[in-house]
Design a protein around this ligand. Structure first.
Ligand SMILES: [Zn+2]
Length: 280
């Protein structure tokens, strides 16, 4: 894994994260289950408005369309000003508000992970089914025809979905980073993270990090090796709180141990010198 010189801040919670530290960029958390006292309604799930690269991008749509609609109104965000939508992955706590979004801005491009069988619809791989020639035509898929135009259905057939399966720049300095989970329980789940280049380093917004945040960081490192801020879900619910020492804590522990060792060594040398002089 490529090393990231990372200053990682897990700053998820309802409300706006002022762009002062990021340059011209601004992120408004619209949907979350916690945060500072806010007029926004809390609920399980995630959504955020990202203003970067001269664009307004809605990242995920939360768990409930009514809550998203209410929070957008409270935050004073007009959906008609949104340029594009990114759905990080198919889990309903990130996608359930899409119906409200599409009722308001039906033609908005919606970036989604490439999934031939997902809820966003897709194209069936051409070699997906076999044409067994010994069978009569009525027992063979499409009468035995080899078709390359078979689409799987979408829950939002009118939407303009743009399937993403490789790193894609959707606005100046704004990148979509696809990953695929190899973690048991979510194996093969595809997910998109959003990365924004800022003067202070990379602003990285993640949905659930089902592939593992380290995998996402590795992908992000190819855009910019310096991470400034990480926002979103890390899906560490099953990881024990004491399973890892926070990276910033490694250095103090090491320094303290080194100091103790150094003092002990100096004391031993001094004691040995005193004994040696007495022996003389
Ligand atoms: Zn998820």
């Amino acid at each position: 894994m490529r090393r990231l010189s990372a200053i990682v801040t897990l700053a998820v919670g309802l409300g706006a994260i002022d762009g002062a530290a990021l340059g011209a960029e601004r992120v408004t958390i619209l949907y979350d289950a916690f945060g500072k006292s806010s007029a926004l309604t809390t609920d399980w799930g995630f959504a955020a408005l990202v203003e970067a690269g001269g664009k307004r991008i809605l990242f995920d749509t939360g768990n409930d369309a009514a809550v998203l609609e209410r929070n957008l109104a409270v935050a004073g965000i007009d959906l008609t000003s949104v340029d594009s939508v990114v759905i990080s992955h198919r889990h309903s706590d990130h996608v359930a508000g899409l119906g409200h979004v599409l009722r308001t801005i039906p033609n908005v491009p919606v970036y989604v992970p490439l999934e031939p069988f997902g809820v966003f619809g897709g194209l069936l791989p051409p070699d997906f089914y076999r044409t067994v020639e010994v069978l009569p035509a009525e027992m063979r898929y499409f009468g035995g025809m080899r078709r390359s135009d078979v689409r799987t259905g979408s829950l939002w057939p009118q939407a303009t979905f743009v399937a993403v399966d490789e790193t894609k720049e959707i606005a100046p300095g704004v990148f979509l980073l696809p990953t695929v989970s190899e973690v048991p329980g979510t194996r093969e789940l595809r997910e998109i993270s959003l990365a924004v280049k800022t003067p202070k380093g990379l602003l990285l917004i993640v949905g659930c990090s089902h592939a593992g945040v380290e995998r996402i960081l590795e992908t992000a490192g190819k855009v910019d090796s310096h991470l400034h801020l990480l926002l979103g879900g890390l899906h560490l619910l099953t990881v024990q709180a004491n399973a890892q020492v926070p990276p910033r804590m490694v250095m103090p522990y090491f320094v303290v141990l080194l100091a103790i060792f150094g003092l002990a060594l100096v004391a031993w040398i001094a004691a040995t010198a005193v004994r040696f002089r007495r022996a003389l």
